[in-house]
Write a protein that binds this ligand. Structure first.
Ligand SMILES: [Zn+2]
Length: 251
C-alpha cells in the first residue's frame, strides 16, 4: 500500500519509527509532501535518503508569506528537479479570506507551468476556491494532477478538462455516511484515485492516537471498499497501481 500524502516533518515521532509501524500493516511506501521552503529543504536533506519515501517540492498556498518570491521557489525546484517525484502541494485556499488571492494564483500558475515544462505530476490543495481553481487547472489539461483530500461532489471531477485528473481520499471520508463524498467515491473511475493519510492531520474515525500516521491508511482502503462494494484487496491493488503510475514509482 502507498500512502500518497504525508508530512513526516510535522509528526512528533522519528520517521524510522513511523515508517516501521506503517510497514507492519502493509504500508510500504509514502510520498513525503513539501509545503514551504523549510520542508522542501528537509525533503532534500533528510527524506530523499529514506528508501520508503519519495519526495515532492512546492509551496502550499497558505505558506506564501511576504518574504518569499516565485523566483526563489523556481530556483530551488530547478536545481533539484530530478529528485522530486511531483510538484506540490500547490493550489488555492481562500478559507482565510481574499487578501492574497492574486499571489496564490501567481504561485500556483508558476508551479503548474514548471510541472508542464518538466513533464512532472502535481499534487493540488484546493479549498473554498472552486471557480478560480477550475479556471486555472483547465488551462493545463496536459499536466497530470491529483486533487488531494478529495471532498468535492463528483461534478467537480467532471468539470476538469483533459484526461490527466486524479483524486486521493483521506480519513475524512470515514466520517461521511452518505451525500456528495460517498457519491463521488462510488463514481470516480477505478483507475483515477488513490489513498492518503495526510498525516499528521485528518485522523480516520475511531483512531484515538494523538496524531495521524501512515499506519492508519488501511482504514481508508476499508472504507472505500465498503462504499464501492469491492474487496479491500482489490482497492489496495488498484490504488497502489494508480499511485505508481501517477508518481512514476518502480515496483
Ligand atoms: Zn498536505
Amino acid at each position: 500500500m502507498i500512502d500518497t500524502h504525508v508530512h513526516l516533518h510535522i509528526i512528533d515521532t522519528e520517521p524510522e519509527r513511523v515508517i516501521a509501524d506503517a510497514a507492519a500493516v502493509g504500508v510500504t511506501h509514502m510520498i513525503q509532501v513539501a509545503i514551504d521552503m523549510a520542508s522542501i529543504h528537509a525533503n532534500l536533506s533528510i527524506y530523499q535518503h529514506i528508501s520508503a519515501c519519495s519526495i515532492t517540492g512546492g509551496i502550499h498556498p497558505l505558506s506564501i508569506t511576504d518574504d518569499i518570491t516565485i523566483e526563489d521557489v523556481l530556483a530551488v525546484l530547478t536545481m533539484n528537479q530530478s529528485r522530486f517525484c511531483a510538484i506540490g502541494e500547490i493550489g488555492l485556499d481562500y478559507k482565510y479570506g481574499d487578501h492574497n488571492k492574486r499571489r496564490q494564483q501567481q504561485f500556483f500558475e508558476a508551479q503548474l507551468a514548471f510541472a508542464r515544462q518538466h513533464n512532472m505530476p502535481v499534487v493540488i490543495h484546493a479549498r473554498e476556491s472552486n471557480a478560480d481553481m477550475i479556471a486555472i487547472v483547465n488551462r493545463y489539461p496536459d499536466v497530470r494532477k491529483v486533487f488531494h483530500c478529495y471532498a468535492q461532489p463528483y461534478a467537480f471531477f467532471e468539470s476538469l478538462s483533459g484526461n490527466q485528473n486524479y483524486v486521493s481520499f483521506t480519513g475524512m471520508i470515514t466520517y461521511a455516511k452518505k451525500g456528495k463524498i460517498v457519491h463521488a467515491i462510488r463514481h470516480i473511475p477505478a483507475d483515477r484515485f488513490f489513498i492518503e493519510t495526510d498525516s499528521p492531520y485528518l485522523k480516520p474515525k475511531g483512531v484515538t492516537a494523538p496524531q495521524n500516521t501512515p499506519q492508519y491508511l488501511p482504514h481508508i482502503a476499508q472504507h472505500i471498499a465498503q462504499i464501492r462494494d469491492a474487496s479491500v484487496e482489490d482497492i489496495v491493488a488498484q490504488t497502489t497501481k494508480n499511485a505508481r503510475d501517477f508518481f512514476g514509482l518502480e515496483d
